[in-house]
Ligand binder design. Structure first.
Ligand SMILES: Nc1nc2c(ncn2[C@@H]2O[C@H](COP(=O)(O)OP(=O)(O)OP(=O)(O)O)[C@@H](O)[C@H]2O)c(=O)[nH]1
Length: 349
């Protein structure tokens, strides 16, 4: 892995379980904005593209592609890469600004991890595509989907931003409980739960523009206070601390080892680390075992490292036993219900 600077088009990977309100969110976004810097791709598992029709009803201005009859997380992976490449290459209509954002609405049963692996295609990486995972959470259905379907958990745990939908159908006294539940699955995600639909929709599709929003990033990288959060029975949220001065090569090796050991059980990794061989702190993330390109953060002032690993059915002790000589010590930030406390001590620095 090498460290690069970033710029370019942002791809908003919109996931969320079946019927959780993805298409409605896209339709509202197109309706309330005059978008000339955005393109939309809709993926539907079935042959008949209802979502696509709904979105096209709303706009004829925005470049639109339908990938139907299969999932972009399995059968349509090469079509997805080709489609994104075409959008990035297409000449812009005269008078239009450069393409800034592609919204990819995935089918409700897609898992984000394989899609992210596809989007890590070298053809897209050289075009500096940045990916932001946004997941919808149906506040009316609440916990049910993620209790029953692995896909729903994978979508929520992969997200950098979780947008609550159907808030108009939920008693507002229930909202703190819902937020608590979502935090137990993904304490790192930005939660968007505005009851004003217009504001919610705007926030849902906001580009990260990281260079301008360092404070927001810092806030998101720091885990929320989890003291009142009830833990999910299968999801482990682990925090890490460096046991000695870090070199980038060692960090890269540790991440490879972590992915190799955890495999499918690795849901999410987020590291902001200071390394001895680079003046700026480095940000690297994964969804599943797919790591994003590491980034140097030029405006990040904090001295503290942030290391968070989220796993399914795999605790800190098992990982620490496997990566025994590791440079990073993991402990539980949030204990799954009934799980034993770790036996090792966290080494501070
Ligand atoms: N009351 C209310 N209904 C909503 C809201 N969002 C979506 N719906 C309704 O929920 C149903 C499903 O919404 P969609 O936007 O099609 O959901 P989706 O996630 O795109 O569904 P799939 O494509 O099947 O995965 C539709 O009947 C919508 O009208 C909301 O915020 N409030």
């Amino acid at each position: 892995m090498t460290v690069t600077d970033h710029q370019g088009v942002e791809l908003i990977l919109l996931c969320g379980f079946l019927g959780s309100g993805k298409t409605s969110l896209v339709v509202d976004f197109l309706a309330q904005n005059d978008l000339n810097d955005t393109a939309v791709i809709i993926n539907e598992a079935g042959e008949i593209g209802i979502d696509g029709v709904l979105v096209q009803e709303e706009t004829t201005e925005v470049p639109f592609t339908l990938l139907s009859n299969g999932c972009v997380c399995c059968s349509l992976r090469s079509s997805l890469v080709y489609t994104v490449e075409q959008l990035l290459e297409a000449p812009r209509p005269s008078g239009s600004p450069p393409l800034r954002r592609i919204v990819l609405e995935t089918s409700g049963v897609s898992k984000p991890s394989p899609i992210l692996a596809s989007l890590a295609d070298p053809a897209l990486v050289v075009r500096r595509l940045r990916v932001l995972v946004v997941s919808t959470f149906d506040a009316q259905v609440g916990e049910l989907n993620s209790e029953r379907f692995d896909e729903a958990v994978a979508q929520l745990s992969a997200a950098q931003r979780i947008v609550f939908t159907k808030l108009d159908c939920v008693d507002e006294t229930l909202l703190p409980r819902r937020i608590n539940y979502v935090s137990s699955i993904n304490p790192l995600a930005q939660i968007v739960a505005d009851t004003d639909r217009r504001i919610l929709v705007e926030k849902a599709f906001q580009c990260y523009e990281m260079e301008q929003n360092q404070d927001e990033w810092q806030q998101q990288l720091t885990m929320r206070d989890l003291s009142t959060t009830a833990a999910h029975p299968r999801i482990h949220v682990l925090k890490g601390i460096a046991t000695r001065a870090l070199y980038w090569e060692d960090v890269a090796q540790w991440l490879d080892d972590l992915a190799g050991f955890c495999g499918d059980r690795l849901l999410r990794t987020k590291l902001l680390v200071h390394v001895s061989d680079c003046a700026e702190p480095i940000l690297i993330q994964s969804v599943g075992t797919t790591y994003s390109m590491p980034r140097r953060l030029t405006k990040f002032l904090t001295e503290a490292d942030v290391i968070v690993v989220m796993t399914m059915d795999l605790d800190a002790i098992s990982i620490m036993n496997e990566l025994a000589d590791g440079i990073i010590c993991l402990s539980n930030a949030l204990m799954p219900t009934n799980a034993p406390q770790p036996l090792f001590n966290v080494v501070s620095h």
